[in-house]
Design a protein around this ligand. Structure first.
Ligand SMILES: *Cc1c(COP(=O)(O)O)cnc(C)c1O
Length: 406
């Protein structure tokens, strides 16, 4: 770690977390083993007592996992990181470590669906109460604080509205009230946003997305700022058991090497595509942190190093137009998830949020023509051509209305 102290972020992506191993490999080997031999009974005892450093059992620690954790901790500017089996394992472990019965959570309204469900069902069952507010309106956070508020949980940019929360202000409210600020940094990655430096106490990620970046791993991570929090989180993760395995750690660590490069291309491609979409006659509005039309454009510019790869837009033709667009794209892959090298497109009203019903969708801000695009690293001209051709297949809004009336 110390030898990497003065190198820049893109160099850290390549070099961080890599230690010394037998035979001198430049890449950490995959220690695909569940358990580790003790040299003697006394050695085993000293490991369990924590007197000696070493490995006991892979749920507790594993060198391949540790290498990846070290890398993410360095990239996020944190003390240490804890690799988890998925983003949801990371989020549920963080809540479990920070909360007890009768505590209160303030959570972004615009949050990854299962995170909100987790709080509303499982944590509710254990008497943890959650208030969902629009955290991009800082006063909504302030007004929701109670004497038992222990966690303020923010996703910025939020899913799927891409609303941006001022992290420095959110951290101040948390700390003034003896609560912790937990930030889901999945949409930005540490290449574009480093919440710990802005005052957050804990960062969580779905590494399934930009950190791994290649759509071939489900994984998560928690990054913390100090030894005491780390020990407590490690104890909880060890007991809850949602750890990442060595092979997935290896794949994520490999993906991290190109994180800076990939995010740069995601920024460039998405910026160009967002402008193209904003000027298209069949599109009502485009939400992208890099567009001046974004309601929190200035806050975004202040706290992130780039606008990222996620775009949300609304088709004038509503539900039918959304379905038609999904069936007309070719290069863009019709799939949920995000943050991979390939461009993914999704229409929540006919896909992820279909069974929710129109009214519930409206309350959640999921309009009928809403499309979510995770812009990949392909040639930007190819992505735009694909979207242009697909949009040509979408009926004019006027025609659509007549058809709906029939
Ligand atoms: C995907 C995602 C998660 C959940 O991650 P999994 O790896 O699917 O468990 C959490 N937060 C955000 C913002 C996500 O996009």
């Amino acid at each position: 770690m110390s030898k990497n102290k003065n190198i820049k972020f893109d160099s850290k992506c390549v070099h961080s977390g890599i230690g010394e191993y037998e035979f001198g490999p430049v890449v950490p080997p995959i220690y695909q083993t569940s358990t580790f031999k003790f040299e003697s009974a006394a050695h085993g005892a000293s490991l369990f007592k924590g007197e000696k450093e070493g490995y006991i059992y892979t749920r507790m620690s594993n060198p391949t996992v540790e290498a990846m954790e070290k890398s993410v901790a360095e990239l996020e500017g944190g003390f240490k990181a804890l690799g988890c089996a998925s983003g949801m394992a990371a989020i549920s472990t963080a809540f479990t470590a920070l909360l007890k019965a009768n505590d209160h959570v303030i959570c972004s309204k615009s949050v990854y669906g299962p995170t909100s469900t987790l709080l509303r069902t499982i944590f509710e069952k254990f008497n943890v109460e959650t208030t969902f507010v629009e955290t991009s309106e800082i006063n909504e956070i302030k007004n929701a604080v109670k004497s038992n508020t222990k966690v303020i949980y923010v996703e910025t940019p939020g899913n799927p509205t891409l609303s941006i929360t001022d992290l420095q202000k959110a951290a101040k409210i948390a700390h003034d009230n003896n609560a912790k600020l937990v930030v889901d940094n999945t949409f930005m990655s540490p290449a574009l946003q480093q919440p710990l430096a802005l005052g957050a106490d804990v960062v969580v990620h779905s590494m399934t997305k930009f950190l791994n970046g290649h759509a071939d791993v489900v994984a998560g991570i928690i990054v913390v700022n100090d030894e005491e929090t780390y020990k407590e989180f490690r104890r909880v993760l060890n007991q809850m058991g949602g750890v990442i395995d060595p092979f997935n750690s290896f794949l994520v660590h490999r993906g991290l090497k190109t994180l800076a490069l990939r995010m740069q291309r995601h920024n460039e491609n998405a910026t160009e595509i967002a402008s193209f979409l904003e000027s298209h006659p069949k599109i009502k509005w485009v939400r992208y942190p890099g567009l001046e039309s974004h309601p929190q454009f200035e806050i975004g510019k202040k706290q992130h190093f780039g606008p990222g790869g996620m775009i949300t837009f609304e088709l004038k033709g509503g539900f039918n137009a959304g379905e038609k667009l999904m069936n007309s794209v070719n290069l863009c892959q019709l799939a949920v998830s995000l943050g991979g090298v390939e461009t993914l497109i999704q229409h929540p009203a006919s896909m992820t949020h279909l069974t929710m019903g129109k009214e519930a969708r409206e309350t959640a801000g999921i309009t009928e023509g809403l499309v979510r695009l995770s812009v990949g690293i392909e040639n930007v001209g190819d992505i735009i051509s694909d979207l242009e051709n697909a949009l040509d297949q979408v009926m004019e809004p006027a025609t659509e209305k007549i058809n709906n009336a029939v």
